[in-house]
Design a protein around this ligand. Structure first.
Ligand code: PHE
Length: 338
């Protein structure tokens, strides 16, 4: 027996295994030869002999499977190479820094955190309802157009974002969908910021990317007013751009806020962009229809919302003139933010 064990243990490769297998169950193999002798046995002994052979065959197959599993394991190990220990210190003092967009995102969230906002999240793959309908964006709104939003094929299945039968999945075109998720998850009052990735069918140039990031803000409480909107955003702008920064709210339109604004800033020390009004975000007071869509009483509750592009802020803060730098993973660019 121990000889057999040693022989089995010595098989290390697939060719060796094939040779071994042929020796046992091939057309000239041992087991095959034994099987052939059954025919010559007296009739009465055939059933017992057959049973024995079947048991032997089963055992042999188990051994084959064992050998194969062992070979597969060592093939995989060979493919993966030496095991590495990711906890060892890196020889490169550059490793482990945060991407400039992550740095700015954290700084922004930190500023809102000081005003009592906590972080909320939602999926990047969304349903039409969360991204548009619940946000009071009608079916024929241009933002829903195939030109702007990236839709999934009708037969897409996604477990983390259940949808209605006649709805389409899409890649969220803004983080405003998280407003809806936050209001459905938490009864007011609530104060959340939702940083995350957004997608649009933009052609990529110096200031546009099909994939970019926003921070959504939502504050729902009794008696939230425009004054709260202005002071929250003024605080944010002065923390990021300094106390000399001026702000203004310019009337605009979003289906989910009423009134709606774009916020512009003017900063004295911003390189080539100094002392010019620059648009940095959309904002407004939550439209009562949005509250109705999520079962919040608009007579009792009011809210403010805003959506800020993270790339836009990072480009202004660092004087970066091309959005594509953020995604190119060029170390000469990234090292400047270590
Ligand atoms: N979702 C809007 C956009 O992506 C921004 C926005 C957010 C406007 C919240 C108003 C309130 O352009």
């Amino acid at each position: 027996m121990s000889e057999v064990k040693a022989a089995v243990a010595s098989i290390k490769t697939r060719p060796e295994f094939e040779v071994f297998k042929a020796k046992i169950s091939g057309s000239n193999g041992l087991l095959t030869a034994v099987k052939k002798t059954i025919g010559k046995l007296p009739q009465a002994e055939k059933p017992a002999a057959g049973k024995l052979i079947n048991r032997a065959k089963q055992q042999v197959e188990e051994v084959f499977a064992e050998i194969l599993a062992r070979i597969e394991k060592s093939e995989l190990a060979a493919k993966l190479g030496e095991p590495i220990d990711p906890t060892l210190p890196s020889p490169d003092d550059f490793a482990g820094m945060r991407h400039p967009l992550s740095q700015i995102r954290e700084e922004m969230c930190g500023i809102f955190h000081r005003l009592g906002f906590t972080v909320a999240e939602g999926p990047e793959l969304e349903t039409e309802w969360f991204c548009f309908d619940a946000l009071n964006t009608p079916a024929n709104h241009p933002a829903r157009d195939m030109q702007d939003t990236l839709f999934f094929p009708a037969d897409t299945i996604a477990a983390d974002a259940p949808k209605h039968a006649d709805e389409a999945y899409l890649l969220r075109s803004h983080t405003s969908s998280v407003q809806i998720r936050a209001m459905l998850a938490t009864k007011p009052p609530l104060r959340v910021v939702a940083p995350g990735r957004c997608f649009r069918r933009d052609t990529v140039d110096a200031t546009h990317s099909a994939n970019f990031h926003q921070i959504e803000g939502l504050w729902v409480d009794e008696n939230v007013t425009l004054r709260d909107l202005k002071s929250v955003l003024d605080f944010f702008v002065r923390e990021v751009f300094g106390h000399a920064a001026e702000t203004r709210l310019r009337p605009s339109f979003f289906p989910f806020t009423e009134p709606s604004f774009e916020m512009d800033i003017r900063v004295p020390n911003l390189g080539a962009l100094s002392n010019r009004w620059l648009e940095i975000m959309g904002c407004g007071l939550v439209d009562p229809k949005v509250f109705e869509n999520v079962g919040i009483d608009p007579e009792k509750w009011s809210g403010l919302a805003f959506g800020i592009g993270i790339e836009r802020i990072a480009m202004l803060v660092h004087g970066i003139d091309d959005i594509r730098h953020f995604y190119a993973n060029d170390l000469r660019f990234l090292r400047q933010f270590a």
